[in-house]
Design a protein around this ligand. Structure first.
Ligand code: COA
Length: 257
């Protein structure tokens, strides 16, 4: 598939997917969501891909939200379909992916942009990043998982305040709130993110996938996370990576996963 709105680059087992509509501050229209979904899915099924990085093109925006122009004349049922399809195709899909996904937030991450970053497994921001869920200023609420994922990351009270005020956090505030793990300069953002991705890429991908599933299980109301952990832990003992990891330890060498 050739892409119009995103770019992909592969380097040492790390796939970087760049949302590339800078003239619209990388806003997520339907086509961009479909392309992202396709690229993420392809990277996930590529056994050479060990980590995915999501970022935005230019130095102004990661993603400035869902494309407002595209849904401004929607009715209730079209609105519900938009959220349902987006969550299924992209946001829930990323959150539950076996391959680790890091968001490198290089500017505005608003609305659907912050929701995309929150669907990633963790986030790194540049100093000029600005994050918020301004949907109530448009007569909407976040529809791509924002009302669910923001409270998980920052707590209920802070999520209530950020959503109700339609405010924006700067990078340092987002760091303080626990919304992002690191803040670095714009120039360092990709290098720093690649460094962390490389550390992840050296570890067992089957174990990392099991860790993602187990951590996510703890946030599912219908699942007992401790039981999920026991089951995932047990399954690790049947993997080649377990044999390689423990054998390498005994033989005092680095494992080759
Ligand atoms: N949807 C569609 N287009 C968007 C967009 C969005 N979410 N965010 C920005 N754009 C477009 C603008 O319409 C403008 O296009 P134009 O040049 O054809 O008019 C272009 O991107 C540049 O944006 P502009 O508003 O001129 O940049 P700015 O630096 O003055 O302001 C923002 C930056 C991010 C503060 C502002 O663009 C904004 O508030 N965007 C919407 C944020 C939002 O509400 N997101 C949630 C959507 S649910």
């Amino acid at each position: 598939m050739s892409y119009q709105n995103i770019q992909t680059a592969v380097q040492s087992g790390i796939t970087t997917i760049t949302i590339n509509r800078p003239q619209k501050l990388n806003a997520l229209n339907k086509d961009t969501i479909a392309e992202l979904s396709h690229a993420v899915s392809e990277a996930d099924t590529d056994e050479n891909c060990r980590v995915i990085i999501l970022t935005g093109s230019g130095d102004k925006a990661f993603v400035a939200g869902a494309d407002i122009a595209e849904f401004s004349d929607f009715d209730e049922s079209q609105g519900a379909d938009l959220a349902e399809e987006g969550q299924r195709l992209l946001f829930d899909f990323i959150a539950n992916l076996n391959t680790p996904v890091i968001a490198a937030i290089n500017g505005y991450a608003l609305g659907g942009g912050l929701e995309l970053a929150m669907a990633a497994h963790f986030r790194i921001a540049s100093e000029n990043a600005k994050m918020g869920l301004p949907e109530v200023s448009l007569g909407l609420i976040p529809g791509y998982g924002g009302t669910q994922r923001l409270p998980l990351l920052v707590g209920k009270g802070k999520a209530m305040e950020l959503i109700m005020t339609a405010g924006m956090l700067n990078a340092q505030e987002a760091l303080q709130w626990g919304l992002v793990n690191h803040v670095v300069s714009s120039e360092e953002l990709m290098e720093f993110t690649l460094k962390i991705a490389t550390r992840i890429a050296h570890n067992s991908s089957t174990a990392i996938a099991a860790a993602i599933r187990s951590i996510n299980a703890g946030f599912e109301k219908s699942i007992n996370g401790f039981e999920a952990e026991i089951s995932e832990f047990g399954n690790c003992f049947g993997t080649e990576d377990f044999v390689e990891g423990t054998t390498a330890f005994m033989e005092k060498r680095k494992p080759e996963f």
